[in-house]
Design a binder for this molecule. Structure first.
Ligand code: GRG
Length: 289
């Protein structure tokens, strides 16, 4: 896992060249190169590998997904959104580069990511690239990330159209699970997997995404700035709808465990140390709470 993360970091650094006008590229690269867990690119690469592809083919897509993720983090931290001063252990993008540049850096990452896929995926067929770009645009826009963020903001203002349970699942199926779906689905496309296999990995990604969000909500309550690199206890203090606030800590933990077990059941059919390492890490951390 550590080695794969290093490879992702090396590719991100190479793909993200600082050119004129330097200020925007520096703002894009700042949050991108801070030490994130790199879960989405690693899971994209590992899906491609276990389904039979050479992982070299998957680096442009894997790195593009990390860029999209970073875009969503930069915009999420803005004063008009979650208003957070820290990200990945350092001041948020807008705290360093100002709000205008943080908005533009996010926009630039959002658009550079598909450019990177198209320009660098030399060993993929045109059909594979079209499929990957389709997945990217679908999940990044109002059918994915943006839908989740809008409903999240609306729910904070007290506007709930569905039940709290369904609203919470909708928000996180779109804000969080969607990028794991993108990572696994595109990894499978790179390996030329059948629709049936893509669907199987999609099911894994949805379950993993929700489990990851429950993990994130639990950590927000019990962890520290040092461990997470961002402000802690914000959700609780603002009375936000979370898996812990809605179900209570013990039920949230149980929900997490059930979903993670379902993930093990799917991935145990494949020879993947990486997926098991990721599941074990989350599972052990929640087990110690
Ligand atoms: C796509 C135009 C466009 C807008 C995005 C702001 C926004 C709309 C969506 C917010 C999405 C968001 C920030 C979801 C939170 C998901 C989450 C649990 C993030 C933390 O992921 P980690 O722990 O972070 O993997 P690191 O830093 O390790 O990569």
């Amino acid at each position: 896992m550590k080695q794969l993360i290093e490879q992702v970091n090396k590719h991100l650094d190479e793909y993200m060249q600082i050119v004129y006008p330097e200020d925007i590229f520096k703002a894009m690269k700042y949050t991108l190169m801070l030490p994130g867990k790199r879960l989405r690119p690693v899971m994209c690469l590992e899906t491609a590998r276990i389904l039979g592809a050479d992982i070299e083919k998957a680096f442009p897509t894997a790195c593009a997904i990390e860029m999209l993720h970073v875009q969503s983090l930069i915009h999420d931290d803005l004063p008009c959104m979650d208003n957070d001063d820290f990200r990945r252990g350092k001041p948020s993008n807008h705290k360093v580069f100002g709000e205008a540049n943080a908005v533009l850096a996010g926009d630039a990452l959002l658009t550079f990511a598909p450019q990177l896929i198209i320009e660098q995926s030399k060993s993929l067929t045109s059909e594979q690239i079209v499929k990957i770009i389709h997945e990217y645009t679908k999940f990044a826009g109002a059918y994915g990330l943006i839908a989740g963020q809008v409903v999240d903001i609306e729910s904070e203002g007290g506007k709930l159209i569905k039940s709290p349970e369904d609203t919470l699942d909708f928000i996180h199926m779109n804000k969080t699970a969607v990028l794991f779906r993108l990572a696994l689905r595109t990894g499978a496309i790179i390996a030329n997997a059948s629709e049936e296999i893509i669907e199987k990995f999609d099911i894994f990604a949805k379950k993993f995404g929700l489990a990851f969000q429950i993990y994130d909500d639990i950590m927000d309550e019990i962890s520290s700035f040092e461990e997470l690199g961002k402000t802690i206890g914000k959700d609780k203090n603002s009375g936000k709808l979370t898996y812990v606030s809605l179900y209570g800590l013990e039920n949230a933990k149980q929900k997490f465990k059930n979903l993670i077990q379902e993930c093990y059941d799917i991935i145990d059919n494949y020879d993947s140390k990486i997926f098991k390492e990721i599941l074990d890490k989350l599972n052990n951390r929640i087990g110690s709470v």
